[in-house]
Design a protein around this ligand. Structure first.
Ligand code: VGL
Ligand code: ZN
Length: 236
């Protein structure tokens, strides 16, 4: 029997100043806890280590500051996002304080992160009109994917999938910020695209700490393994 290939990649999601205490505009509680474990993971022999960066223009649609009342309130969940390519497709979305604006201090990686060990960086959320939590693609399936049934052909697909496929990656390990938004969306898109996918607990923290176990349950139900760095469930 041919052994199952194991070519792992580490995906480091949005570890940027604005998501980190004490000064980030959208600081994730206890977000700094993940830096040492993520640096330790960056020392391991993954086939590829890829970081994503939230990369918003100053008037991005996800910012409460881009909207008139009653939507100009941070953390409100009542804004309806419409797919610019298919007005029929809508999702309820949360609005945020301005964060990770291209070229600002809040957009940078923290100095404590060992960025020299990264192989690739993927920018996301650059389109002013589209919210994008996942490192792979926006939240809408897109007309083309809808008609072909093909996942991964969405018009707003980033280069992340291509980078992984060209690197021969079979398994992805996702860490970063925030568990309940971009880490979750990235892990779910990784599963949809056929990668064996894990989220590493020590390497992530949530915006809403009360939601953590619920998020892990949803991830497991949808095929994502939830593991610890010292887990014996995964053969290395
Ligand atoms: C994120 C909210 C808004 C994240 C990005 O990286 O989890 N959350 N933009
Ligand atoms: Zn964002």
């Amino acid at each position: 029997m041919t052994p199952t290939p194991f070519h792992p990649a580490l995906i480091v999601v949005d570890i940027q100043e604005d998501f980190l205490p004490p000064n980030g505009s959208l600081a994730v509680p206890n977000g700094l806890d993940i830096i040492p474990p993520v640096n330790a993971l960056l020392e391991l022999p993954f086939r590829l280590k890829v970081a994503t960066k939230d990369n918003h223009p100053p008037t991005h649609i996800s910012f409460c500051t881009s909207h008139a009342p009653p939507h100009n309130v941070p953390f409100s969940s009542t804004y309806t996002l419409v797919n610019p390519r298919n007005p029929e497709e809508k999702i309820q979305s949360r609005l945020w304080p301005q964060h990770c604006v291209q070229g600002t201090k809040g957009w940078e990686f923290p100095e404590s992160l060992e960025v020299g060990r990264l192989d690739e960086m993927v920018l996301k959320g650059s389109d002013e009109k589209v919210e994008q939590y996942s490192g792979f693609a926006g939240p809408f399936r897109g007309a083309e994917a809808e008609s072909s049934g093909e996942i991964g052909d969405a018009p707003d697909e980033t280069e992340l999938r291509r980078i992984l496929v060209e690197g021969g990656v079979t398994h992805v390990y996702v860490v970063g910020l925030a568990l309940d938004y971009c880490v979750k969306a990235t892990a779910l898109h990784a599963v949809e695209r056929g990668f064996k996918t894990y989220v590493i607990r020590e390497g992530t923290r949530a915006v809403d700490a009360a939601a953590v176990e619920e998020v892990y349950k949803e991830l497991e139900e949808k095929g994502v393994g939830v593991i610890s760095s010292d887990s014996e469930e995964v053969e290395w």
